[in-house]
Design a protein around this ligand. Structure first.
Ligand SMILES: [Zn+2]
Length: 279
């Protein structure tokens, strides 16, 4: 549906509406895609806000409740959406200040909601339809709260835009603002199904085998056989966060395939099961 042409998002022969933001840095080569919510309702024009110099913020795209996509910053120019942030990529490389490395998409959504006698309200006291609210705790912690759901039109439009962007720039990691600024930021929050979204963007079969994630700050050796006596297959251990699928078990050992950024098996070997967690 969408394509990237001259660093603009295009649909067919025409680009999506462009509302230029002055809140930008220099040119860059994007490495990640960061998903945000605006913490605002449908009557607030986020793109117009980003067009004000005094706002001091921007994002590359805004996705409205009805699925309309507005571009505010060309994709090869730094936007101001991430603030203080850091991320370690799948290869173990550290990034600080993700504005310099990531395209940002802002999705129109209230974020956390407060329960009142009659239903749910936003931080501005706007009433939110209870059929559009889920109750959940944020993955970073805190109490169970209400969260406004995203519309199907938003999920679909964001998916199509993300596919075009990831394809155009070779991006293979999509992250939430709450991943790169945990505790400080809670967007896109529990109402955004990031696992399903990433699987769809990268063409993974969502009904495929369950995936497991390596959880070990010092990494995990992948070996030629099921035991410490077997040599490591790679000079470096698998970094924390590596995603694998399990093919067979032998005692405490698992024969796994390591998935690349596109969700495809890259190489296989044996790892100790104690460091694998269901994704
Ligand atoms: Zn954000």
């Amino acid at each position: 549906m969408y394509k990237v042409r001259n660093h603009r998002l295009a649909s067919g022969a025409s680009n999506v509406p462009f509302v230029r933001s002055p809140n930008i840095g220099g040119q860059f080569a994007p490495r990640f895609l960061v998903i945000h919510y605006t913490a605002s309702g449908p009557s607030f024009d986020t793109a117009a806000y980003f067009a004000k110099p005094s706002a001091r913020v921007s994002a590359h795209l805004v996705v409205r409740r009805d699925g309309q996509v507005i571009q505010c910053v060309p994709f090869n120019v730094v936007g101001w959406h991430a603030g203080v942030s850091r991320w370690t990529d799948r290869g173990g490389n550290n990034y600080v200040g993700l504005n310099q490395h990531a395209i940002g998409i802002e999705i129109e959504n209230w974020g956390p909601l407060r329960r009142t006698g009659s239903g749910w309200v936003s931080w501005t006291e706007a009433v939110v339809d209870p059929s559009k609210v889920i109750e959940a705790a944020h993955k970073s912690g805190g109490p169970v709260r209400g969260w406004e759901t995203y519309t199907e039109a938003q999920v679909e439009a964001t998916l199509e835009a993300a596919r075009a962007i990831c394809d155009a720039y070779g991006i293979d990691e999509i992250i939430g603002h709450d991943d790169i600024s945990p505790g400080r930021k809670s967007d896109p929050g529990p109402a955004w199904n990031m696992n399903s979204f990433k699987a769809k963007v990268f063409g993974r079969d969502t009904n495929g085998p369950p995936t497991w994630t390596v959880r070990s700050p010092t990494g995990l050796n992948i070996r030629s056989g099921p035991g410490m006596e077997h040599p490591a297959l790679r000079p470096q251990p698998l970094p924390d966060g590596t995603v694998v699928i399990v093919h067979e078990a032998d005692g405490q050992w698992r024969f796994v395939s390591v998935l690349n950024g596109a969700g495809q098996p890259d190489f296989s070997g044996w790892v100790h099961a104690a460091f694998l967690y269901e994704s």
